[in-house]
Design a protein around this ligand. Structure first.
Ligand code: NAG
Ligand code: NAG
Ligand code: NAG
Ligand code: NAG
Ligand code: NAG
Ligand code: NAG
Ligand code: NAG
Ligand code: ZN
Length: 450
């Protein structure tokens, strides 16, 4: 590198010492984020420079005048560049059930496909393959970050199998170890805590250069918690300052409440760990205030809540503290774009109906494509307290998706890129995907060693 500096006197110091891998995504329309305007910023015929795992610059020209030595250029002229989409609730191990749960309600689900039913039916290899295939499916669809409520923790080996698959996938997985009573295998919660401790203490060595993070999932904060058990889990969360804690919150007629106030009873809602309440369909008004004051989030899994019958009666009013999720991807769409579209149209219907019910004609649309886009991207980052995820801006992680806006029949004639993605694109249009600065899908195909 020093030799280069001597030979090519025009190079700057910064060029010489950057031994990092740099990639320029050049041309194309960028759906970026502008911190000063606090809103989306559309850049046409611009470029994004990626260095290592982050976005080094967002440029208004396709070819900035100065580039680090050896920058690789990927031509994305006429395409649309978005941040990677964020799924804040999934059970990746369930891929193997694909299509067999298509007519089930949640009540039926528990005894057919849930973590307690499945406990003694999966080997560690089954979990590994099912998790890995599901993650590739997500990445193929433009999902780059996933909060995995990892309920396949039935033994030390099935726990490691799903964690290892997440690490090896290349996706940014917030892998949340579920502590639960899987009595059929005699793997007690205290055994589970031992496995978790081993993982957390060796995290660096296990995770290596993968963007995978370790979190906790626990569904027994309330009502009627086992105080000793729940306190122990809360202490574990604080001790390791885990990347996230997630819990299934239904409430209403479903029970399984795990409401914000019940979690706060153990003193973790107002701490430094982000807490994600999946569904939270029947959140109370007081709990919503608590959610806001502690800046925690719910994960709306639009299609899951419609298919299974948990519904989302209050979720439309919680969108300021909400991100999107998928849940059991074996039963329906596994990409966040589809969830954003379903959610957007259902929210419009919900608010239109309030007007129609009074025999009035609605004048304006109650929700925009930009709002749906932000729910699918930036809000997911905020739910994980990671403002560097789900946005294209200088310094953000390089989790990016290039959509084929040039040749896709469904996008012919597009003008507004956000509308083109949210209402016209589909998974088949995902051309390239980059996660943590590494290309994981190229020219429509997942890039993987085997
Ligand atoms: C993009 O910018 C380059 C360089 O300024 C220019 O040559 C090219 O025609 C532009 N492309 C479009 C589609 O405007
Ligand atoms: C779904 O229900 C239909 C009608 O009862 C049935 O024909 C089909 O086999 C069911 N599919 C599955 C996967 O259970
Ligand atoms: C998980 O990966 C580690 C290496 O990081 C390996 O030692 C272990 O055997 C793997 N476990 C399973 C169940 O695949
Ligand atoms: C496990 O079972 C015990 C005893 O029934 C119960 O108190 C506790 O809340 C359960 N924990 C979970 C995570 O379900
Ligand atoms: C779990 O423990 C019980 C009581 O010790 C025993 O009867 C049962 O066989 C064990 N189950 C498994 C799968 O090891
Ligand atoms: C926990 O981690 C977050 C994110 O890295 C950090 O901001 C916070 O200070 C940490 N909290 C504690 C108690 O270490
Ligand atoms: C969190 O709330 C508890 C209970 O109200 C309080 O004792 C504690 O000081 C709060 N912690 C922070 C960091 O605000
Ligand atoms: Zn779930």
């Amino acid at each position: 590198m020093r030799h280069c500096a001597i030979l090519f006197g025009a190079l700057r110091i910064s060029d010489i010492f950057v031994n990092a891998a740099s990639t320029l995504l050049s041309g194309g329309t960028i759906i970026a984020w502008d911190d000063s305007a606090y809103y989306l910023k559309i850049i046409r015929n611009g470029s994004v420079l990626v260095t290592d795992d982050y976005i080094a610059s967002v440029n208004t020209s396709p070819r900035p005048s100065e580039l680090p030595l050896g920058t690789k250029v990927i031509d994305i002229a006429n395409q649309i560049l978005t941040p990677g989409f964020i799924d804040t609730h999934r059970h990746g191990w369930q891929t193997v059930f694909k299509t067999i749960g298509s007519n089930t309600s949640l009540t039926e689900y528990f005894s057919r496909y849930g973590e307690f039913f499945a406990a003694d039916k999966f080997t560690a290899d089954d979990v590994y393959i099912s998790q890995l295939a599901g993650l590739y499916e997500a990445m193929n669809g433009g999902v780059t970050t996933l909060l995995d409520h990892a309920s396949h923790t039935w033994s030390a080996s099935t726990s490691y199998a799903g964690f290892n698959a997440s690490i090896e996938s290349g996706a940014r997985v917030f892998w949340a170890f579920a502590f639960h009573n899987t009595t059929s295998l005699n793997y007690t919660i205290s055994d589970q805590i031992s496995t978790f401790r081993e993982m957390a203490e060796n995290k660096e060595a296990l995770v290596r250069d993968s963007p995978t993070e370790l979190g906790v999932a626990y569904d027994a904060w309330g009502p009627n918690p086992n105080l000793n058990e729940a306190r122990g889990i809360a202490e574990l969360i604080k001790e390791f300052n885990v990347s996230v804690m997630t819990t299934h919150s239904l409430a209403g007629p479903w029970g399984i409440s795990n409401l914000p106030s019940e979690v706060q009873h153990f003193g973790i809602l107002n701490g430094t760990v982000p807490i994600v309440f999946s569904h939270s369909s029947f959140i109370t008004a007081d709990d919503l205030q608590l959610l806001r004051s502690t800046n925690q989030y719910i994960s709306i899994t639009a299609e899951s809540e419609m298919q299974y019958g948990h519904g989302h009666p209050h979720s439309y009013e919680v969108q300021d503290q909400a991100a999107l999720g998928i849940d059991t991807h074996f039963t329906y769409s596994s990409d966040i774009l589809t969830q954003a579209r379903i959610w957007l149209q259902s929210a419009r219907l919900y608010y239109y109906n309030q007007v129609l019910d009074n025999w009035h004609v609605p004048t304006y649309s109650p929700m925009t494509v930009n709002q749906a886009f932000l729910l699918a991207t930036r809000s997911g980052g905020l739910a994980l307290r990671r403002p560097d995820l789900g946005v294209i801006k200088r310094g953000a992680k390089a989790d990016l998706v290039v959509w084929d806006a040039e040749n896709s029949p469904s996008m012919l004639g597009w003008e507004d890129p956000v509308a083109a993605i949210i209402l016209h694109a589909n998974v088949g249009d995902v051309l390239h995907v980059m996660i943590d600065g590494k290309i994981v899908k190229r020219d429509g195909k997942i890039v993987s060693n085997d």
